[in-house]
Structures are given as structure tokens and as C-alpha cells.
Design a protein around this ligand. Structure first.
Ligand code: ADP
Ligand code: ADP
Length: 237
């Protein structure tokens, strides 16, 4: 196994409040790692610490290290835009842009650099296919993304994240608020990426973790209500 992200003794604070204590674990390349645990134990904080999304919201402090293929992501030399392109993220609720289905998926690809239209079309199509959404949207690519159901919108967010070909995809409770059928579709698309993409997924659903993941990290809180890693290992199938 190759380590994509190495977390070493990570403690995390919002302001002066410590919410994670001394977390050490690896996110392995081309494996799916589920992060599970009760509400409030710091799962979402942890996954956002892996591509530095927390600091958009709040003043934070980090102790320890997070290394992405051996590079310390909290180094001052890190290019955050480049980092977040390489470590993509899907949030609990769809957060599409007020644009067409096509333009949502093409958006990040266009930022990276100009490509011929045919090449862009191919990237958009293969990302939407990987998200298991192609048959549902191929006839309305230039219609507003807001016309889609919430499950479809969430899969489109996944397509948008995949389109820039990230090395790692972080998913923070991607099925929260979705009905069982929409949830199954997202689990299917995650399983289809198994072995091909490094994925870390936060979920409160232990059965979902068992269904989709290769490794499971159990988080919990200590007597001071600070989040800790309780156990890490291969997922029991
Ligand atoms: P989980 O994802 O496991 O439910 P979170 O990472 O959302 O846990 O939250 C962990 C702890 O950090 C909670 O006590 C929560 O109240 C606190 N917290 C989360 N986000 C912030 C924030 N932006 N500012 C301050 N405290 C926060
Ligand atoms: P619209 O939102 O009306 O599609 P855009 O400015 O997003 O307008 O782009 C129009 C078309 O031009 C796109 O559908 C795309 O095919 C092409 N295009 C725009 N920017 C790029 C780019 N960076 N690389 C490749 N094609 C592009």
C-alpha cells in the first residue's frame, strides 16, 4: 500500500478550542477510507483538514503534520488552489453554481487552462459517466443544474470534482438528506471508483462504511469531548 495522505499527530483547534487530539493515520492510495463516529467527534473537521478547507470559515490552529505524498500541506509554500485541485471535495449538500449542467462540470477544468471544445466535451462526458449520471442528463446538458433532483445534483457535484482529475477525493457525508435510492446510486458510484481513486468518506452510517470502504477509521471523543481516533483498520466485510 502507498500512502497518499499521512496524518501525523494532528491536533486541531477552532480559535482556542481544541476539537481533535493527536490523530495519526494514513489515507492509502487507490483505497477507500471511511471515517465514522458519533456526531460532533470531529469527522468533518478532520476531513476538511486534509485539504485545508476549514480555514475558510474560522481561525484555526494545527499541530502535527498532514503530508500529501510527503509534502507538508500546512507549509507556507503550498499553493492552495493547486492543493485543492489535487484533493477534491464533496460536501454534505449539493453546492452547484447557477449555471448549466455542462458548465458546472467544465468550470474547474476551464480554470486550469484552455482546451479545444471537443476535448472539454470529452472530459465533461466522462466525469458525468463516472458519476453514474450520463443517461439522466445527456439530453439536457445546457439546462440549469438546479432543475435536477437533489440526488442528481449531488452526483453532479461528484462529477464536477472528478472532472479535474484529483489524486484524492474527500467526501463529507455525501448522502446526508438523500433518500435510500439516491444513496444507493452514490454508493454504487463510489464502489465503481474502487481501486482507481483515493477516497476518504465521512459517514455516520456504519453499514454504508462497511459497504463502500476498504479501511475504516473510528473516531470518538475523550472525557473532555475532544475528538480522537479510536481505531483504524481494514473494514470488516
Ligand atoms: P462531526 O463531523 O463529527 O459531527 P465536526 O467536525 O463538525 O464533527 O465538529 C467537531 C467539533 O467542532 C464540534 O464540537 C463542533 O461544535 C465544533 N465545530 C465545528 N465547526 C466549527 C467551527 N467552524 N467553529 C468552531 N467550532 C466548530
Ligand atoms: P457559456 O456559459 O455560455 O457556455 P462559456 O464562456 O463558459 O460560456 O464558454 C462557451 C463555450 O466555449 C463553452 O461551452 C466551451 O465549449 C468553450 N470554452 C470556454 N472556455 C473554454 C476553455 N477554457 N477551454 C475550452 N473550451 C472553452
Amino acid at each position: 500500500l502507498i500512502t497518499a495522505i499521512k496524518v501525523k499527530n494532528l491536533s486541531f483547534y477552532y480559535g482556542k478550542t481544541k476539537v481533535l487530539e493527536a490523530i495519526s493515520m494514513d489515507i492509502y492510495q487507490n483505497q477507500i477510507t471511511a471515517i465514522i463516529g458519533p456526531s460532533g467527534c470531529g469527522k468533518s473537521t478532520f476531513i476538511k483538514a486534509l485539504n485545508r478547507m476549514n480555514e475558510l470559515e474560522e481561525e484555526i490552529k494545527v499541530e502535527g503534520r498532514v503530508e500529501f505524498f510527503s509534502q507538508n500541506i500546512y507549509s507556507r509554500r503550498v499553493n492552495l488552489n493547486r492543493l485543492r485541485r489535487q484533493i477534491g471535495m464533496v460536501l454534505p449538500r449539493p453546492n452547484l453554481f447557477p449555471m448549466s449542467i455542462y458548465d458546472n462540470v467544465a468550470y474547474g477544468v476551464k480554470i486550469i487552462g484552455w482546451r479545444p471544445k471537443q476535448e472539454l466535451d470529452e472530459i465533461v462526458e466522462s466525469a458525468i459517466k463516472a458519476a453514474g449520471l450520463w443517461d439522466e442528463v445527456k439530453d439536457k446538458l445546457h439546462k440549469s443544474a438546479f432543475g435536477l433532483s437533489s440526488g442528481q445534483q449531488q452526483r453532479l457535484c461528484i462529477a464536477r470534482a472528478l472532472a479535474v482529475k484529483p489524486k484524492v477525493l474527500l467526501m463529507d457525508e455525501p448522502c446526508s438528506g438523500l433518500d435510500p435510492i439516491a444513496t444507493i446510486k452514490i454508493e454504487e458510484l463510489i464502489r465503481n471508483l474502487r481501486g482507481e481513486l483515493t477516497i476518504a468518506i465521512v459517514t455516520r452510517n456504519t453499514q454504508q462504511a462497511a459497504r463502500v470502504s476498504d479501511f475504516t477509521a473510528f473516531f470518538g471523543t475523550d472525557e473532555n469531548r475532544i475528538g480522537r481516533l479510536i481505531e483504524f483498520g481494514a473494514t470488516a466485510q
